[in-house]
Design a protein around this ligand. Structure first.
Ligand code: HAM
Length: 415
């Protein structure tokens, strides 16, 4: 038997129904705040992620599915959505539109990570990006909308961690300070962290080995080095969240695995998720558009993992929508049944007809209609008028074929 590749999974109809609910919440919440849907291609030029996400990140170094497009160009299955949206913003001259441009997406992404519960190699995200605003209010708005979405989806036990990375200049000075600190304690660090002192010293805060954690407990913090406008910006974001009643913890050790962030950074975790506790995350990326050859454009955004939202939201099954009409066949009447089901759909009803092979007995068909929670069953026979049965009351009567749909539309009782 051929099975799905490791780390991927099928979205079965029962899962799709729950995803539809998540999508509807996203559409409602983000739509009301002026976000328009965007979808970018599943694969992009590899260079986009190398330059956008960052050469030194785990994503670019280890996790991308990269291949030749058949014409000598290297392309990559998108590991995340922000770089592609930024590319589209530049490519379509969206900087000429009134700013900010607010975009959202629901797409699948690909990372070659070790699969486990809540961590897949193909996964889905809902993402939102506000491009063209540097305001603290843009960050706060994004965070409030994300909190609303997680709430609507029923994510339990969530906690918001917030940090600020300052501007790249502040960060550059801090990096030097941190590098010197790490080099002074090199013998206590894990090999992985030691290997990254030059390229990405900040990631040392993410390390899970006790030696590195011990060193990092006393490491200098970027948050303590924020000055002037950076500090004011972060204070304003916190003030707006306080005003909105969104609870958060400032966590100066929060770093995320993407290089494009500057200033505000946040992550929602859920205690019901276990090891892969990150349910959603985002931040400000004021330099990304420029780094990808666009005009200097401040921007901010987030993404929430659909699988993780569903895991953290509990497993409430969603009953499929009831069917208005089931057309049962008594004898040789497939053409009438086919026509009636089609006309019912044209009239705006949901309709199904008997399609089993071999055709079920009439009793079996009524049982199937019951399973589908059909409101009415029309039993069409080869000759004579069909019988219309109201499943709730069990009442039924014969009526001309042309009266079946109007009767259902009127919702009149059959008795
Ligand atoms: P990220 O934190 O890498 O951010 O991913 C966002 C969310 O996607 C995570 O919180 C998690 O729920 C989900 N996720 C990530 N990797 C996996 C995986 N292997 N399996 C299942 N779910 C996963 C970004 O992707 C940024 N583009 C977010 C952003 C948008 N920043 C600014 N704008």
């Amino acid at each position: 038997m051929i099975q799905v590749p490791r780390g991927t999974q099928d979205v079965l109809p029962k899962d799709a129904a729950r995803r539809d609910v998540v999508e509807a919440h996203a559409k409602r919440i983000l739509g009301a705040a002026g976000y328009a849907r965007i979808e970018t291609p599943t694969f992009e030029a590899t260079e986009l992620f190398a330059r956008g996400v960052g050469e030194s990140t785990d994503i670019v170094q280890k996790e991308m599915y990269t291949f030749d497009d058949g014409g000598g160009r290297s392309v990559t299955l998108r590991p995340e959505g922000t770089a592609g949206v930024a590319r589209a913003y530049i490519e379509h001259g969206m900087h000429k539109l009134p700013q900010p441009v607010k975009l959202w997406y629901l797409s699948s992404f690909f990372r070659r990570e070790a699969p486990q519960k809540g961590r897949y190699r193909q996964f889905w995200q809902i993402g939102a990006e506000t491009i063209g605003s540097g305001e603290p209010a843009a960050d706060a708005e994004l965070i409030v909308l994300l909190a609303d979405l997680l709430d609507a989806v029923g994510v339990r036990g969530s906690r918001l961690r917030l940090n600020s990375l300052g501007t790249p200049e502040t960060r550059a000075a801090y990096r030097e300070e941190l590098k010197a600190y790490l080099l002074a304690h090199e013998d206590q660090l894990s090999q992985e962290v030691r290997g990254r002192i030059e390229t990405n010293p900040l990631r040392a805060f993410d390390a899970t080995d006790p030696g590195t954690q011990h060193v990092m407990a006393n490491a200098p913090l970027l948050l303590d080095r924020l000055a002037g406008e950076d500090a004011d910006h972060f204070a304003e974001v916190r003030q707006l969240l306080d005003d909105a009643g969104v609870a958060y913890d400032v966590d100066p050790t929060l770093v995320r695995g993407l290089d494009y962030y500057a200033r505000t950074l946040w992550e929602f975790t859920s205690e019901s998720l276990g090891a892969q506790s990150g349910v959603a995350g985002g931040g400000r990326y004021d330099r990304l558009i420029e780094q990808l050859d666009g005009p200097p454009t401040p921007a901010s955004g987030w993404a929430a993992g659909i699988e993780r939202m569903l895991l953290a939201g509990g497993e409430q099954p969603i009953a499929p929508a009831p069917v208005d009409l089931f057309v049962a066949i008594d004898g040789v009447a497939a053409r009438d049944a086919f026509r009636l089901a089609g006309e019912a759909r044209q009239a705006g009803l949901s309709a199904r007809m008997e399609l089993a092979t071999p055709t079920r007995s009439l009793k079996g068909q009524l049982k199937q209609a019951d399973r589908l929670r059909a409101r009415y069953v029309a039993i069409v026979a080869g000759e004579g008028d069909p019988r219309l049965k109201e499943m709730d009351s069990g009442e039924q009567r014969e009526l001309p074929l042309g009266d079946v749909i109007p009767t259902i539309l009127r919702g009149s009782r059959l008795s």
